[in-house]
Design a protein around this ligand. Structure first.
Ligand code: NAD
Length: 321
């Protein structure tokens, strides 16, 4: 088997490669060529951690495996480590033998940012100029950096429960040469694209704080009980997701569905838009919402491409296992 340690990943993967891998795997899922296994995600009762497994099989790409890991909210403050910790394991679908173990931390951030970027590419208005960020933690910086490549954005606005973290967004905006402004939530009405990526368990963004024509990518809600937006927003919007089963159970749509405001059948796969089987955005005043729950196949896709490059470059550690 091959081992690709976390510290080697940054030199082996690009935002473009992550975007391509994620866009392809979303398309394969909608075509029925790839499927995710049910997610296991548990509050383990230690360090407030959420730990679990996300796995799947891509029959077309012959990628089988899982990502094990989760979210340790005290890591940064207590230990100087990032709060997300994960590792990807790939298996040979012909034999079941383990093929690779790959550091999953940077890959998680890149594949999650790629997912919202794919949604912006396919669902946001072409003339989108203002991007709004809700959340300013570790993932938010990756989200913003990737999103800024999707449209000719002229301004970044940001809100965070903990305003002292907003300079994280300012830094990414500065890097891209785009002005940044901290706003109240009402200020999000100015945004053509909004990304939410927080650890919230309550609705932050109200339906009335989103303007017609906006595209929203809700990326933080990946567990039962978590929530970032008003369920009424899902009534107003056309709702898309990576995986419908996850969207209605652990994603942002879980609340609107549980309250009987929308049906599971109101949630469409983004892969169908990519494949041309769903028109996606059809008007300039339509609100589109992408419920990015995070699927195991995203992790496997980016990890498989990293292993390929690591083997080519002679960086992968080979272990007789
Ligand atoms: P982080 O700890 O670095 O940042 C957390 C962010 O959430 C900060 O902006 C913080 O101010 C905000 N926050 C914390 N508690 C809040 C609350 N009660 N209400 C509102 N905001 C609150 O975490 P991160 O690594 O940036 O991850 C953010 C979230 O993204 C996590 O909840 C994580 O589970 C989720 N996530 C989702 C996916 C996916 O594929 N959908 C992938 C990775 C991470």
């Amino acid at each position: 088997m091959y081992i690709v340690p976390e510290k080697a990943i940054a030199d082996l993967v690009t935002r473009e490669a992550s975007f391509d891998a994620v866009e392809k795997v979303f398309a394969a899922m909608a075509a029925g060529d790839a499927y995710n296994f049910p997610v296991v995600r548990e509050a383990i009762g230690h360090e407030d951690a959420l730990y679990g497994f996300k796995g799947g099989f891509d029959c077309a790409g012959l990628t089988l495996g899982l990502k094990a890991g989760g979210y340790w909210p005290n890591n940064l403050e207590k230990r100087g480590l990032i709060n997300h910790q994960s590792t990807v394991f790939l298996f040979d679908p012909d034999t079941g033998k383990v093929k690779a173990m790959v550091g999953g931390n940077l890959l998680t951030a890149l594949r999650t940012a790629a997912a919202s970027s794919v949604s912006i590419k396919h669902l946001a208005r072409q003339d989108a100029k203002v991007i709004g960020m809700i959340g300013a933690g570790h993932q938010a910086t990756f989200q913003l950096r990737a999103a800024l490549e999707q449209r000719s954005f002229e301004k970044v606005i940001g809100w965070n429960l903990h305003p002292e973290m907003l300079p994280n967004l300012q830094e990414v905006a500065d890097e891209a040469g785009v002005p940044f402004e901290a706003v109240e939530l009402d200020g999000m009405r100015e945004a053509d694209v909004i990304i939410s990526i927080t650890s919230s368990f309550d609705a932050i963004l109200k339906a009335g704080q989103v303007s017609p024509g906006a595209h929203i990518a809700c990326m933080g809600t990946d567990t039962k009980g978590k929530q970032e937006v008003d369920p009424q927003l899902l009534v107003k919007a056309d709702v898309f997701t990576d995986e419908v089963a996850q969207s209605v159970s652990i994603g942002e749509a879980q609340h609107a569905v549980a309250q009987g405001l929308i049906e599971e059948s109101d949630v469409a796969q983004i892969g169908a838009v990519i494949n041309g089987n769903n028109p996606g955005r059809t008007s300039d005043d339509q609100i589109t919402l992408f419920d990015g729950t995070g699927v195991g196949l995203q992790d496997l896709a980016v990890a498989a491409s990293v292993v390929e490059v690591a083997v080519e470059k002679g960086i992968a550690i080979e272990v007789d296992f």
